[in-house]
Write a protein that binds this ligand. Structure first.
Ligand code: C5P
Length: 235
């Protein structure tokens, strides 16, 4: 009372006013950004991901009327004000946060670029250079999406794939391997760090290329597609 909303919150609220509420009453859990796996207190392994698309998907789901939980790796972005946001660093922390919040979710969207491996024995102290080479032993991280998809009462699971070549073959193969009803794929070199993206959606009906557009527009189209699959009467 008596204080104007922050301008960005005001813009968010206005944006939401004219969106069709296609996910009204749905709870959506989204992972976004990269994960960071420590090598020692100052070094680590990470993936190239700005988090922009994941945050845009979270905003689009909110605008579509959903309750949104956003589990985010380290990014420079401001979280959508109406989402419950959980900040994490490593893949294991992202896995734990997702497992804690997944109960009762209708839709899970794994946009995060999760590091496939972590360092087996991260050093407590900074590793000193001694002029010779350094070998790191890597252990595989849990596959968050595959774990959620294998729950007995799994939500509708959406995967992402960033490919560097043969987009259609690789993406459809990944969708089948992970047994996902929907997978969104792009060419990594066209998307990373950019404000725009060009997605192809793969579902049981085949491939649906979306036109290249700003990530928030692409995110809205993805949410509309998910809503049509989750509630077929919206078709
Ligand atoms: O197999 P790949 O890592 O390319 O699959 C990408 C999809 O799987 C993305 O949706 C990503 O968020 C998810 N993923 C995950 N946990 C991992 C690796 C990938 O949730 N450890």
């Amino acid at each position: 009372m008596g204080r104007m909303l922050e301008p960005l919150e005001l813009a968010d609220a206005l944006e939401a006013v004219w969106q069709a509420k296609v996910l009204q009453g749905k709870k959506v859990l989204i992972t976004a950004g990269p994960t960071f796996e420590a090598i020692d207190p100052v070094r680590g392994i990470t993936n190239a991901s700005s988090g922009k698309l994941g945050y845009a998907v979270a905003q689009a789901a909110l605008d579509a009327g959903a309750e949104v939980v956003l589990v985010s790796g380290p990014t420079c972005l401001t979280a959508p004000s109406r989402a419950k946001t959980i900040q994490v660093v490593s893949a294991q922390e992202m896995f734990d946060a997702v497992e804690r919040d997944v109960a009762g979710c209708d839709i899970f969207i794994g946009v995060a670029a999760v590091a496939d491996y972590r360092v087996a024995n991260a050093s407590v102290q900074k590793i000193k250079k001694d002029g010779s080479s350094l070998t790191l032993e890597l252990t595989q991280n849990p596959d968050i999406l595959a774990s959620v998809a294998s729950h007995p009462d799994a939500p509708f699971c959406v995967g992402f794939a960033a490919e560097s070549e043969n987009l259609y073959e690789n993406a459809e193969a990944k969708r089948r391997r992970k047994r996902l009803p929907l997978l969104a794929a792009n060419l990594a070199q066209q998307a990373i760090g950019s404000d725009e993206n060009e997605l192809v959606l793969f579902d049981d009906d085949g491939a649906h290329p979306l036109p290249r557009a700003l990530k928030n527009i692409v995110a809205r189209q993805l949410i509309d597609h998910i809503a049509r699959l989750v509630s077929p009467r919206l078709k």
